[in-house]
Design a protein around this ligand. Sequence first.
Ligand code: ATP
Length: 422
Amino acid sequence: MTEVVLDAVNKVYPDGFHAVRDVSLRIPDGELFVLLGPSGCGKSTLLRMVAGLEEITSGDLWLGGKYANNLAPRERDLAMVFQSGALYPHRDVRGNIAFPLEIAGDDSPAAQERIVELSRALGIEETLHRSPSTLSGGQRQRVAMGRALIREPGIFLMDEPLSNLDAGLRTELRMEIGSLVRSLGVTTLYVTHDQTEALTLADRVGIMRQGVLQDVGTPQQVYDDPATMFVGAFLSTPPLNLVRAYVWADQEPGIVLGLGNQRLVLPWTDPRSPALVSRHGSYVTIGFRADALRPAADGVLSGRVRALEFHGSEWLAYAEAGLPHVDAEAPYENAPPPVHEQEPDRNGEGMLRRILRTTGIIAEEAAAERVAHDGTHRRSDVVFRLQSRSGVTVGDVVRLAVDTDRILLFGEDGRRVDPVRR
Ligand code: ATP
C-alpha cells in the first residue's frame, strides 16, 4: 500500500513567499493523480515536498502509512521524472535504465529481463544499445521513465514530463504513460499546466491556484461540476461565459435571473432553487459553456453575431448580447496577496513595478493584459457553438436557447452557491 496523504501542508520560502497553502489531499494506492494549475501556482513545490527535495514548513506528509516529513528522498520509495529527462550521456540506453539496479547491486538475470520488458512496454526496445545523443526528445523521455520505474517504486512523480515535446508526440506519449503506470499499479503524482493532458490522463485531478487547492475530483466531476469559478473557467475552451445575474425568488413561474436587460427563468423544481432563494435580492455569477447554448427560434437570450470562427468540426460564434460580463479573476482580486511580503528587486523589476503601481499605470496594464488574453471573446460577448455555419452570418441577431441544467452558479467568493457533487 503506497497511498500519499498530505494534511494541511504549507510551504513558505525563506524570502516569505507563501507558495503552498493548507493543502490536504489523499491519493490512494495505485491512483494516477494529476495536479493542474497555471504557471507559478505551487504545483512543483508540492511535488518536491512529496519527493523530499523541499522542506515542509508546516503540516504532515504520510507515504504508505509512514510519517514522512523528515525522511530523506532515498527513504521514500519513490522515483521522479522531470521536464527534461536528463540521461547519463556516456551510457547507452540499457546502461541508463540499468543504473538504479547497479547502485542496488542487482545484476540478476531477472533484472536484465525486466529491462527488456520495460523497454518493450515503453517502445524503446530497439534503442537499447544506442547513445542518448542519437535519440529523439520523446525517446529520451521514455528512457528517463524506464530508469525511474525499473526498481518498481511505490510512488512515481512526474513534473511536466511532456512539455518539451511537440504536440503529436505529447498525445502519443500521454496515452502510453497512462497505460504503463496503470498496468504497473504504481501510485502516480503528475504535474502539468495543460488542461487537456490533465483531463485525458488522470484518474483524479486537483486544480491549484496561487498555492490553494481549489478542487479535487475525477476529470468529469471537475469539468461538469467545478467547485469554483476559477476551476470552471480554467477548464473551459472556448472561454466559460460568466455573467452577473440579479436573483428574484418571489415571482411566478420560478426563479428569475436578471442578466442586464435579458433574463433567464429556473423552475421552482430546479434542484438549485433552495440555494438561490436564500440569495433573493442579491447578485450571483452564472457560468455557461459554449455548448450549453444553441440557436433556436424560441430561445430566451438574444445577441448580434460579431464574429464567426471555423474550428474544423464546428464553428464558434461570438455575439454581442449586452450581458454584464464577469472577469473570472474578479472574486479573487481581494484574496490575500499571493506575492512576496517584501517584493525582491530582481534586475530592478521590483522597483519598476513599484513605480508603475504608484503612478497607477500597472492597473491599466493588467486590465489591458486581461482584454488581450480574452482575444475575440470581448467583454459582454457571449460565445456559442454551431455544428455548421447553418446560414448564420456576422451581423445577424440570433435567439439562443439555454440548457439551464448546465448553468453553473457562483457566489461573490467565486465558490459555487449550490452543492457540488463529489
Ligand atoms: P511552473 O509550472 O511555472 O513551474 P509551478 O506551479 O510549478 O509553476 P512552483 O515552481 O511551485 O510553481 O512555484 C510556486 C511559486 O513559488 C512561484 O511564484 C515561484 O516563483 C515561487 N518559488 C519557487 N521557488 C522559490 C524559492 N526558492 N524562493 C522563493 N520563491 C520561490
